[in-house]
Design a protein around this ligand. Structure first.
Ligand SMILES: [Mn+2]
Length: 379
């Protein structure tokens, strides 16, 4: 949080914003209840329940999500899309960038606009929108080049997200809950809590199941609560066919991806047993050699966690403009904090991303040096 030093009024203003952020993340993590804070502090993001009545009037709605949307980002966006269309709203999903091919089977994906390919159209749509839903991200910079448009939008902004440390001052209404398995689960809650459970149909079910499945590692992560399984049961009741979704997401790659994985496991992996850590690094040339596209490297980091005893897994990939890190952990090692402190990133306790402007070898060296201070936490 930047403090503006020019005058005391600004300092007070930013202090209040900061207090409200602390308050909301505390509420989100069930550390405290909102009633224990003075009322004037929560003038920023109002609880999402207060937004429900706005669903009763037809509105022009934009739904957006983070750049390079994954299963949860696209699943929650399209799940909400089908719901709002069902209620009679005029709805447009805008993705800040392109997305992985393995999402292209999803119902409704044909109407999603890629901002980078349709900048003017997106500008007009945002300028005339009544409401923008922001799903599966909580700081506007996660939308890359879409950020200034969202920041300057004069309409109502609504947040639905489960990442740590939300930028709550940017949203009028919202829900931020790091305990939730996925944004898809939160969109499902939104549908049910707003009293519209009877509108659930197979398209909503298909989209919402997708993110639920991908963000829980197919229902194995600790975030897979009883409510998650109850949600799946309710989706089954409206006709969900889950097997084709698993096939479409996980068994839908080309030969080159499997050969690439074989190559990097063999040649680009190091196991640092002293730190119960495994690391993988992928050079630009590796991506080119195997013709690797957006989405082909998704899930690669999880292979590292299959090694007995590994508590921290890290992969860095040489992208055009930066080196992109993914961190995964098992148990008590907090990769959200680790990524925030050392690699300009963040995310969840056991799964986070980061970045670096350095080359692959330099940033790998930095990683190896950095984990030395975490040796005891990694035992
Ligand atoms: Mn998510």
């Amino acid at each position: 949080m930047k403090l503006v030093r020019s005058n005391n009024f600004h300092n007070l203003f930013y202090f209040l914003i900061e207090q409200s952020q602390i308050l909301y993340s505390a509420v989100a993590q069930n550390i405290c209840t909102i009633s224990s804070f003075p009322l004037h502090l929560h003038t920023f993001m109002q609880a999402i329940d207060l937004f429900f009545k706005q669903l009763n009037q037809p509105k022009k709605v934009i739904i957006t999500t983070h750049q390079k949307p994954d299963g949860d980002a696209m699943g929650s966006s399209l799940g909400l899309y089908h719901f709002l269309v069902e209620l009679g709203h005029s709805v447009q999903v805008i993705s800040p960038t392109n997305w992985a091919n393995f999402l292209d089977w999803m119902p409704g994906i044909e109407q999603v606009i890629d901002y980078e390919m349709n900048k003017e159209k997106c500008k007009q749509l945002i300028a005339s929108a009544d409401v923008i839903f922001c799903l599966d991200f909580n700081t506007l910079h996660r939308t890359k080049n879409l950020e200034p448009l969202l920041e300057n939008a004069t309409c109502t902004r609504v947040l639905i997200d489960h990442h740590q440390q939300p930028q709550t001052e940017m949203f009028h209404f919202g829900v931020s809950n790091t305990k939730k398995s996925s944004t898809c689960e939160m969109v499902y809650d939104f549908i049910v809590d707003s009293g519209h459970q009877s509108t659930l149909n197979i398209n909503m079910a298909t989209c919402l199941y997708t993110g639920l499945m991908t963000d829980t590692g197919s229902f194995r992560f600790p975030s897979t609560t009883a409510s998650v399984h109850r949600m799946v049961a309710n989706l089954k009741d409206v006709g969900l066919l889950h097997t084709p979704i698993h096939d479409n997401i996980y068994d839908n790659f080309l030969e080159n991806r499997l050969r690439f994985i074989g190559f990097v496991l063999n040649n680009r992996m190091e196991v640092l047993y002293q730190y119960n850590t495994a690391i993988m690094y992928v050079y630009k040339n590796d991506l080119l050699k195997f013709n690797i596209k957006t989405g082909d490297t998704e899930g690669l980091v999880n292979y590292l966690l299959t090694i007995q005893g590994i508590k921290l897994a890290a992969i860095v990939i040489d992208r055009d403009e930066e080196r992109k890190w993914s961190f995964r952990s098992k148990g008590n090692f907090d990769v959200n904090t680790f990524a925030r402190l050392h690699f300009e990133g963040g995310g969840h306790f056991n799964a986070a991303g980061g970045r670096s402007d350095e080359g692959v070898d330099a940033t790998v060296q930095k990683f190896k040096k950095t984990i030395q201070q975490y040796e005891s936490q990694l035992q």
